[in-house]
Design a protein around this ligand. Structure first.
Ligand SMILES: [Zn+2]
Length: 282
């Protein structure tokens, strides 16, 4: 379906979810969202939830952060201390090295970024609208311990289009195409609005898969394999256990009314592929 069309007909997707469709992705707040959900499959939902109410996004305080974790605070204080000591004794060389290593752990200082940089080798970068994610400094401000699997309920092109649309209010970090091609639209550093649950958004990486939940033929071998390699790399990077507690479907996110990746998603097969990719030499 043409999600752009839906936006035109139904207006803004409230707190911003909408997904490309009923099984699509979710925004930060499960409550305020949902204007577009169910448009094609469950129109009653559109009437019941939605667009008209005030936006009650739990994420309205953009940019505000949780208090740093204890570990971070300690490192930050230590880095500052090292700076002070270095100035006092005048032996700046060692301290400079130490600071160079730790400077981004000082509260308020973010890791360096480069335009167009991707987190997964081979992925193509296409930026999502910055209305569909929140800048963060993961895994230092929020730990990452989950991968959330989605199915787009639309074509690859329509998914890219809605993720670039500031009115959409939702987007995932990655989209895996049927031919296995991977596009990254949001850095893993940042919080993507894909799970419809703020806590889950903050702690997860979201991966969309091109296709429809009711069409098993959309879930191709190439897609499973590419996605499994991507998930395996994410698990390796953040030391996430490869199990179904930590690699979940959107449907398993608390509070969601989304059904993706759907009953045709072969979890046994996928987990086997992820495990194989995780243990394969890089
Ligand atoms: Zn989803």
């Amino acid at each position: 379906m043409d999600a752009g069309d839906v936006v035109a007909r139904f207006g803004r997707a409230g707190g911003g979810d909408g997904g490309v469709d009923p099984a699509g992705h979710g925004c930060e707040d499960a409550e305020g969202a949902g204007g577009l959900r169910g448009v094609s499959h469950n129109p009653s939902r559109v009437r019941g939830r939605g667009n008209q109410g005030p936006r009650v996004s739990v994420d309205d305080h953009m940019g505000q952060r949780k208090a740093p974790k204890d570990g971070d605070r300690k490192v930050g204080r230590r880095a500052l201390l090292i700076g002070g000591t270095a100035a006092a004794v005048g032996s700046a060389v060692l301290a400079r090295d130490e600071l160079a290593r730790l400077w981004w752990r000082v509260p308020g200082v973010e890791k360096p970024r480069k335009e167009g940089e991707v987190d997964f080798t081979g992925a193509r970068w296409v930026a999502a609208s910055d209305a569909n994610w929140r800048r963060a400094d993961r895994p230092d401000d929020y730990g990452i311990d989950m991968v959330v699997i989605h199915v787009t309920q639309g074509s690859f092109d329509s998914a890219v289009k809605v993720f670039q649309d500031p009115e959409h209010g939702a987007a995932a970090h990655y989209i895996v195409r049927k031919d296995g091609h991977i596009t990254q639209m949001i850095r893993e550093l940042d919080v993507a609005y894909h799970a419809g649950n703020r806590d889950y958004n903050e702690r997860s990486v979201g991966i969309e898969h091109e296709g429809f939940v009711e069409r098993p033929q959309d879930l191709t071998d190439e897609m499973y394999e590419a996605s499994a390699r991507l998930t395996a790399r994410i698990c390796a990077r953040y030391d996430i256990p490869v199990d179904r507690e930590h690699i979940i479907g959107h449907v398993e996110v608390p509070g969601t009314d989304h059904t993706d990746p759907g009953k045709h998603w072969d979890w046994d097969r996928y987990m086997k592929l992820v495990r194989a990719a995780r243990t394969a030499p890089a």
